[in-house]
Design a protein around this ligand. Sequence first.
Ligand code: FAD
Length: 500
Amino acid sequence: MTADPVRDVVIVGGGTAGWMAASALIKALGNKITVTLIESDEIGTVGVGEATIPPIMFFNKLLGLDENEFVRETNATFKLGIDFVDWRRLGHRYFHNFGLLGAEIRNGTGFIQYWLRSIAGNASADPSTFSAETLAAAQGLFGRAGRDNSGLPNINYAFHFDASTYAAFLRRYSERRGVVRREGKVVGVEQDGESGNITFVTMADGRRIKGDLFFDCSGFRGLLIGETLGSDYESWNHWLLNDRAIAVPCERTEQTTPYTRVTARKAGWQWRIPLQHRIGNGHVFADSFIKEDEARDILLANVDGKPLADPRTLRFTPGRRRRCWVKNCIAMGLSSGFLEPLESTSIHLIQVAVMKLIAFFPDRRFDPIVVDRYNDEMNLLLEAIRDFLIAHYHVTERDDSDYWNYLRTMEIPTSLADKLELFRTRGETLPGPNELFSEISWFAILWGQGIRPTGYHPVADAMPQDDLNLTLDRIRAAIQQRVAGLPMHDDYIRQNCASA
Ligand code: FAD
């Protein structure tokens, strides 16, 4: 039992970040703390953010959510990975699959290394027959589990969902468990003269809300973390050129695909995210390389359903808050930084931030060792995601615009240069413990973008050739069997997630 416990938590902001933080805190610490969330209907939320990655399942499990209910309430579809179109060169595509590639081979190195040995330098070899998620996605199939007893893990998946209904869903969850919502605008912040800690936020109607610990979930503005506490924003715009997005929801047209599609354009890329009731589309682009009107025209010329609303432009600076936790305030969501949604990492970063905060939950002394450790870990995580994103642009053969020529030839962070060098020579990237993307994800991107390793791990040579052939044949057959017989994605949703 700590001597000086945090009792009152105040969350400023009710977008995805605010309600994710509120729901997780009330679930984990509800009998120890009060949670008040302030949001302004007038300001509203950013209202995009529709694709996720598999670890969101852990968040849903923490909350104890029924997944079918969650899919139903948020108009969600299932996501098996991302279809990358025109990234390596025009006319080329590859798939970044969730889940494993192949299967675990208990001989000291990973499946990829055995596969690299097996293809004997064949540059056009295709690893996709070893990914159940890729095979299922290509046929529009989905099921949570396989139907065989091969020992392979279950199909790995995430969701596409409607961000505003997700926030509403979490709001209902949180309020039922005691989170108090205050509607209105925060116009002032009071700080303790000695420590500098935030003590109250003041609302436009004069209400003062007291807290021991504050969460800044106020969106791009960073009301507390930036404007009050002065944590600098570090721009990564010289590596990640995109700083605008135009989003437009469209009518649903056909069977929903169980994957996100991202298509590279001359100065950016376009997303296509299928939900049950509509398709989310957007064009993320670099303002210094293309005019907004042209970016909008490209978007509207490449959507496959009728637009349901006027296109909306969002501006952002790619980068991060140097310190997300300052004194008694922690920034989560857009107030803590933003990396473009190419690999759907923002909602995941909110999840990590809130889970880590629960793990590091402070008392009112706000021990600098705890605060520094939190900031260091979040920074490492973000830098590794930044490198992963940069790799998508830098490793390309595209030379059809100034944008691609800049990205292909620019100087990259040393941390990424080292990874690319390792991959070129050994076919591995050795992600560290604080990294989100695994060896399999790095392989999907770097192989997909065209790098062909010249070597592989020496342990892969230890297996006799016949054993290797048999092992790979067995794994390939088990994966094919796993996918055969899966239902169509829409049928699966209808049968499992529809209202009772
Ligand atoms: P917001 O949604 O902006 O919420 C801010 C909240 O603060 C609002 O409730 C607002 O009312 C409140 N507020 C602000 N100022 C005040 C004040 N003075 N007083 C009271 N309340 C205040 N993420 C993904 O994971 N996957 C994706 O596919 C994805 N796509 C994206 C596409 C684009 C173009 C953009 C810009 C982002 C995308 N994201 C994606 C990111 C995702 O949308 C955000 O991370 C997520 O919505 C969290 O936003 P937020 O809650 O931090 O901010």
